[in-house]
Design a protein around this ligand. Structure first.
Ligand SMILES: Nc1ncnc2c1ncn2[C@@H]1O[C@H](COP(=O)(O)OP(=O)(O)OP(=O)(O)O)[C@@H](O)[C@H]1O
Length: 228
């Protein structure tokens, strides 16, 4: 079984069907999701992350049903959004990263080691004791990512993670997302160069998956549909 399996999925939000009859089976380590504003990309990401549920159809993420195995899925999936302020909850940088491990049954010294390693990896050691909300936007996104990765997730779902970043921070964030490791990546993005770093891509159009395949071909099809 692929780690992302959707079969005849409908998602209803408000009084509209936001995803309609979505079927896909994706197992590439890195998957890009592209499409126009309002097409349903974030809805697809939130569905895969267990934040919303299907009205009908079957969803399996890492072999789990997000509606029934929400707690197990949460332990294996990390979510990253474009606005890191929604994810930063603790007063200092180090505390915020440690907060991500609160549910892990690790001895305290191991947790401390994991936090220190993650801070180093994300270039945040020097600001470990700073107030989280005093960081720059780019540093905050690195902190959000650090908090996601310190849990060693099997799947990272990132929804426009580079949207508000300058070119250098966008590259840093992307390099972490694409770093070799155990995690798979489901990446929603309007950055079509970034999408093409993925192994596969899906094009979402008007609430459904219009195409899936090699990122270069999907991006070309999307650009043609946009008329650019
Ligand atoms: N909670 C909600 N209630 C009602 N409608 C919603 C809700 N959330 C999203 N929608 C609608 O669902 C559609 C798809 O939204 P979604 O955020 O998934 O699109 P998107 O492709 O991620 O867009 P963008 O590129 O602009 O971020 C839009 O028409 C949106 O207005």
């Amino acid at each position: 079984m692929s780690y992302l399996e959707l079969d005849s999925v409908n998602v209803r939000l408000g009084d509209g069907d936001v995803l309609r009859d979505v079927t896909c089976s994706l197992d590439e380590r890195t998957i890009a999701v592209v499409g126009e504003n309002g097409s349903g990309k974030s809805t697809l990401a939130r569905l895969a992350g267990g934040l919303i549920h299907a009205a009908s159809g079957t969803v399996r993420v890492l072999g789990l049903d997000p509606a029934r195995d929400a707690a197990r899925l949460r332990r294996r999936v990390a979510l990253v959004f474009s606005n890191p302020d929604t994810q930063i909850v603790m007063p200092t940088v180090a505390e915020d990263v440690a907060f991500s491990l609160r549910a892990d049954k690790l001895p305290r010294d191991q947790k401390a080691r994991r936090v220190a390693e993650a801070l180093r990896e994300f270039g945040l050691t020097d600001v470990a004791d700073r107030a989280s909300h005093d960081l720059s936007g780019g540093q905050k996104q690195l902190l959000a990512l650090c908090g996601a990765f310190v849990r060693r997730p099997d799947l990272v779902i990132a929804d426009e993670p580079t949207a508000y970043l300058d070119a250098r921070n966008a590259r840093r964030v992307a390099d972490h997302l694409f770093a070799d490791g155990r995690h798979r990546l489901l990446l929603v993005t309007h950055d079509l160069a970034l999408a093409q770093r993925c192994e596969t891509a899906v094009l979402v159009q008007d609430g459904t998956i219009a195409a899936a395949g090699a990122p270069a071909a999907i991006v070309a099809r999307y650009e043609a549909a946009l008329g650019c």
